[in-house]
Ligand binder design. Structure first.
Ligand code: DSN
Length: 414
């Protein structure tokens, strides 16, 4: 029986979500549109299979084909990141990070990560996450210019003496200097862990500095700039670390791996390894750069003055409206972004004084600088007149027509 006949409630909501994704301009920096063929394997028979363990060492029978699938995913992941070992089983980036901590740390050990309100991630030691509950967490941040000051990170590391330094961010528009982080880690005898979830698609295309050979361990999600299925991965070059990572993921924190998603990761990696991937990654950067330039020309401040990657942070510290106001006004104009704290933040994390805008998803739809220039102009038009809802409605009509010229999916179920 087809979904539309069996469960109209869910079917109709899926189609509403399809229309929302197609008609709005998706600019949340952590989102993307994965490939139809990735969604095809995620909806496949693989969802039925239990395969606790790793290829060749499973706790269940009937794993001969999923063994081959997981091995292909592992081999492609290693080739993509140029590393010796990969674990493709983490169900998410958060679980990948939890797995890394479990492999390298004991409860109560000190970690030093980037402050959430400065662009870090919950799993980098936030007190409300298990990373901040199970380990003693300390933080570095950005200066008022929006950039990491590596000398200051070194000073903090020297005082804290962490067992692990976490680098990588969720809202940092500048390149991360993994070499400098490694020097800091070495100076205090810490492991260096990079979470490249946001920038992975750029890293593997040579469009951002590479975390290897500087980092002891690297995690990522596969669904952000990598454009694959929703999930996590962990990479390392040391066999001893790889063994610990494998046991930390299974049986440490996960049971049966999601084989349909692991197959999706393999298919996604095949895209990431193709020559076209470099073209996509370059375009992601060119598009957001153009958008940032237009916003600056219209008088808006970008944190750090610009971007080296796939996102910009627009600061409203000098305006009488908040990140939340901007997020809602842009939503009414058909542009989806998220409110974000900015350096020197004076408002609460629920209100904020900024927005984070990313280019990965619209670039996947085929948009280029010309479209990003128009979108940036309309973003500025909305922000300049933030209380004008009828203007926002008109802009929404214009942008919906633009979005419909860049069709990404013609059905909700693959
Ligand atoms: N939620 C993701 C982001 O928006 O950056 C990180 O997990």
């Amino acid at each position: 029986m087809e979904l539309k006949d069996f469960d109209k409630d869910i079917y109709e909501l899926l189609n509403k979500e399809l229309a929302r994704q197609c008609d709005h301009l998706e600019m949340i920096a952590s989102e993307n549109f994965t490939y139809p063929e990735v969604m095809e394997v995620m909806g496949s028979v693989l969802t039925n299979k239990y395969a606790e363990g790793y290829p060749g060492k499973r706790y269940y029978g009937g794993c001969e084909f999923v063994d081959e699938i997981e091995q292909i995913a592992i081999d492609r992941c290693k080739e993509l990141f140029g590393c010796a070992f990969a674990n493709v089983q983490p169900n998410s980036g958060s679980q990948a990070n939890q797995g890394v901590y479990g492999a390298f740390l004991n409860p109560g050990d000190k970690i030093l990560g980037m402050d959430l309100s400065h662009g870090g991630h919950l799993t980098h030691g936030s007190k409300v996450s298990s990373s901040g509950k199970n380990y003693e967490s300390f933080f570095y941040g950005v200066e008022l210019d929006g950039r990491i000051n590596y000398e200051r990170v070194a000073d903090i590391a020297n005082i804290v003496k962490p067992k692990m330094i976490v680098c990588g961010a969720s809202a940092y528009p500048r390149e991360i200097d993994f070499k400098k982080f490694r020097e800091i880690a070495d100076s205090v005898g810490a492991y260096l862990f990079a979470d490249v979830a946001h920038i992975a698609g750029l890293v593997v295309a040579g469009e951002h500095a590479h975390p290897f050979p500087h980092c002891h361990v690297v995690s990522s999600t596969t669904h952000k700039t990598l454009r694959g299925p929703r999930g996590g991965i962990i990479m390392t070059n040391e066999e001893e670390f790889a063994k610990k990572i494998n046991s930390s993921i299974f049986p440490g924190i996960q049971g049966g791996p999601l084989m349909h998603v692991i197959a999706g990761k393999a298919v996604g990696f095949k895209h990431n390894l193709s020559p076209e991937w470099k073209v996509y990654a370059k375009q992601v950067k060119a598009n957001i750069k153009r958008l940032g330039e237009v916003l600056v020309s219209r008088g808006y401040n970008l944190v750090s003055g610009g971007t080296d990657n796939h996102l910009v942070l627009v600061s409203f510290l000098d305006r009488d409206f908040s990140g939340k106001d901007a997020d809602m006004a842009l939503g009414r104009a058909g542009i989806t972004v998220n409110k974000n704290t900015v350096p020197g933040e004076k408002r609460s994390p629920f209100i904020t004084s900024g927005i984070r805008v990313g280019s990965a998803a619209l670039t996947a739809r085929g948009m280029k600088e010309e479209q990003f220039e128009l979108i940036a102009t309309r973003i500025a038009d909305v922000l300049d007149d933030i209380g004008n809802e009828s203007k926002q409605a008109k802009i929404k009509d214009e942008l919906t027509a633009l979005a419909r010229n860049f069709i990404i999916y013609n059905k909700a179920v693959f």
